[in-house]
Design a binder for this molecule. Structure first.
Ligand code: GTP
Ligand code: MG
Length: 335
């Protein structure tokens, strides 16, 4: 299974881009959805600032990183300096503040790994999770959005991969498969590896943006409009890239020894990170380095059973892309 199969891409692959692009287009959230999200954020700001005038709300996750499909929930981060209050107290108080006539199902989840307030806005139908001071997520959201603005193929590929992962049931961290965030990092890594490269490594360039959050220095080149069209020398079609993505994860990635690292634009060795054995619950069976919290492996949720499921799904998808006359149907078949 670990030997690298030399598979040639099918000849008619580029012709398959039309149906893939149609799927991508169908997933893009309409403008009015964006407006509704802004409207809800405005309402939340109004309620929060009455109690905490210095607090700020930031959108993060898929509603702000440009990888959000239509009808997604929104992720909000409350930035607040309440030195003498722990996170669960802030969560309890926040839930109290948001108990207003205009919001429904306001719940404080203080015992979750990341404590949040959950709520629903009946005016727009949008659900929302609010966490406290998770500013690294706000910064990695910006990094992902900046990558998306370099080459349109990243957003297309990531939408298609997220749609595939949801259809196949492999986008569920509580069942040991990968988060959407992990899949987007896998897409960025993959496009950094193409020759010629489709994406640069923004953290490897002279920084034009730099912040320190929770003692982590986050610095990268963010003036992406100055890159011209970085990937122009690579003419690969979206269908070719979907094929290549699955082929890479099915037959080329070295699961035993390699960590994918968007931060370095490359792979690094598991040994260098000391990710070669199980530590606590982190098994490191597929290793995806977080771009800023570099001791954080986004593959840590994957266990012995789910790594098998994941690799079989990558192989299934690669084989469909290689041989199926109409891959768009079979690829997204519910599991
Ligand atoms: P969908 O909600 O599935 O559309 O995708 P999403 O982009 O919102 O991703 P997800 O819900 O997986 O994560 C939300 C955000 O949390 C990510 O965009 C990251 O900014 C941040 N995040 C940071 N660390 C982690 C992590 O370990 N796991 C996850 N899931 N998210 C993280
Ligand atoms: Mg989300």
């Amino acid at each position: 299974r670990t030997f690298k199969r030399q598979m040639m891409c099918r000849r008619d692959i580029d012709g398959l881009s039309v149906p893939f692009l149609a799927i991508y287009e169908s997933l893009i959230p309409p403008e009015e959805e964006k407006l509704k999200q802004k409207q809800l954020l405005g309402l939340l700001e109004k309620l929060v600032c009455k109690e905490w005038p210095m607090a700020r709300l930031y959108l993060y996750g898929s509603c702000a990183n440009s990888f959000g499909v239509s009808k997604s929930d929104i992720d909000v981060c409350l930035a607040i300096q309440e030195v003498d209050m722990d996170k669960s107290k802030i969560i309890m108080k926040l839930a109290g503040i948001l108990q207003s006539d205009s919001l429904q199902n306001v719940q404080a989840l203080t015992r979750a790994r990341v404590p949040i307030v959950k709520l629903m806005d009946p005016a727009t139908g949008i659900s929302c999770d609010i966490c406290i001071n998770n500013l690294l997520a706000v910064v990695n959201t910006k990094l992902l959005r900046d990558y998306a603005n370099i080459d349109s193929r990243l957003r297309q590929l990531a939408f298609i991969i997220k749609h595939w992962a949801k259809s196949r049931g492999v986008n569920e961290t509580y069942h040991g498969t990968l988060s959407s965030y992990a899949y987007v990092l896998m897409c960025i890594h993959f496009l950094q590896q193409r020759r010629p490269a489709i994406l640069p490594c923004l953290q490897g360039m002279d920084a034009t943006y730099s912040v320190t959050v929770d003692n982590v220095d986050c610095a990268f080149f963010d003036q992406v409009e100055k890159l011209g069209h970085f990937g122009r020398h690579n003419k690969e079609s979206i269908a070719h890239l979907v094929w290549g993505f699955f082929f890479y994860w099915a037959y080329c990635h070295d699961y035993a020894n390699s960590v994918i690292s968007v931060r370095t634009g490359s792979t690094i060795s598991k040994r260098d990170k000391d990710w070669t054995r199980r530590v606590g619950n982190d098994r490191h069976l597929i290793c995806i380095e977080d771009p800023f919290e570099i001791s954080h492996d986004l593959g840590r949720v994957v266990d012995k059973r789910s790594i098998k499921v994941l690799r079989e799904e990558f192989e299934r998808a690669a084989d469909i892309m290689q041989y199926d006359p109409n891959p768009c149907v079979k690829l997204f078949e519910p599991y």
